[in-house]
Design a protein around this ligand. Sequence first.
Ligand code: UD1
Ligand code: CA
Length: 575
Amino acid sequence: MSTSQKSRAGSVVILAAGHGKRMKSAKPKVLHPVCGRPLIAWVLDQALALEPERIVVVIGHGGAEVEKAVRELGHGDRVRFVRQEPQLGTGHALQVCLPELGANPGVTVVLYGDMPCLRPETLLALVATQAESAANGMAILTAMPAEPRGFGRILRNEKDAVIGIVEDRDASAEQKLIDEVNLGVYAFDGQGLVAALPKLSNKNAQGEYYLTDVLAAFVAERRAVEAVLLEDEDEGLGVNTLAHLAEARWALQLRILETHLENGVYIEDPASTYIDHGVEIGAGTRILPCTVIRAGAKVGRDCEVGPFAQLRVGAVLEDGAEIGNFVEVKNTRVGSHAKAKHLAYLGDGEIGARSNIGAGTIFANYDGVKKHKTKLGERVFVGSGSVIVAPNTIGDGATTGAGAIVTRDSNVGAGEVWVGVPAKKLAGKSASSARSATGAGESSPGARKSLPGDGKSQPGAVPSQPGAGPSLPGAGPFQPGAGPSQPGAGPSDPGAGPSLPRSAPFQPGSEPSQPGAGPSDPGAAPSQPRAGPSLPRSAPSQPGSAPSQPGAGPSLPGAAPSLPGAGQSETERRS
Ligand code: UD1
Ligand code: CA
């Protein structure tokens, strides 16, 4: 057997049937997003790293929703679903998988759908340990958290061999002092597991079928039981509350940021930078503070993003493009060396190379019913405060004057200059002479000498109130970014929420009250940063900063309560 075969699992079972009541959310727990994807997607990646023949997901609460979301991840028939109804414990969850597992499932790894931070290397080590164990044994992942309360405790004999697990609620006062705990992640010899499962009893404090009792069965059969102690505690984070979700988000965010830093992406302030899973960023790009880059965005080489910028799904920055403060880009390709440096919404568009988007520009993509496209050619100059109502095209080298409202289907030709409200073509002016006349060639928005749209240059251009007149189709209902169908836009998106202080260590679900862990625990001091990742523990590590409400914060970076010196935030005021 080769080494790589050795570190493979035959089967992986992901337990995801639990309720997740402490999340206080109607959404199934494992579907809460972390860094742009649901918790369970992270766990599926863990499973896939083991290259198993089959992955079985145990579903229960919100099962249909979970199944749909997992199927959308596109792993095909390799992933199967088993319904556990009712949920009678972790051992019962494995019992209901027996028909799927068959008589010999091979080495079987159990993962939890709410543990997104485990690294593939850790699981490969667990499987390798099982493979090396004597007598078709098992390996169990353990940890020594600062607060072992709530976890099952590892029982060892005088020779230090693992002989059992006792659940917190079944433990004696003496056993509760044991600081090595069970994380619930195992690699079992498949036949041993299949033989032990039907024999489990539920005679315990919770009346549940405990998977942990399989370990006792292995010991009784003199199969080896090996423990693998987790080194990086963050990997053992189990998400049972929104506070845990925020903690897991930060652990995963650090890894994403570290990868970009290693790839040559300059990130000035990791603590205020949000980059989702799967975002590609080219080397030489500079990410400035308080920037949010969502899943589905892509950034080329030598770009600059931020400070205070948001790139959403479908935002594509070609090499050398620059997106500055308070600019939101969604489903828009920004051409090479094109710039939008201040205060803009660029939705559903295409911007040609070297175009310059003035401060305050809006692509009015939404007419209240549908989204439409805005296409700009190369070297287009969009004057400050322009609103371009989609659908629309603007040809190469064209200019819009400051404050222009370019109504839908205006289709500005190459080199033309359009000004006013509604914008009209300025006769007899080339783009270059118009720029020098209007100051449009200046890069600073304040440098304009005259405002097109003041009426002088356009006889007959009457309406002075942009957006008010019926002559502006599409300008009324336009709501950039407000469309309900836009992913990631909602203020309730917890993936964008504030990062919490590193409060209490991770806790299993059974313990309802955990000192210091709850988001509603005012004044709880952030705990010591853990060993491991070398990046700063985000802004909340400021001494004395009150924990904020996870999930409650708006997704815009300017409102993040974790920013140093940001002053009073929405969330602080609410709490
Ligand atoms: C379990 C372990 C405990 C360990 C802890 C780590 C048992 C008996 N105890 O605790 O030793 O320290 O995990 O977190 O296994 N689930 C189902 N179906 C069920 C019950 C649970 O799918 O019937 C899933 C849950 O969704 C969750 C996972 O299994 O993802 C763990 O369940 P939970 O109730 O949190 O664990 P405990 O049994 O308290
Ligand atoms: Ca738990």
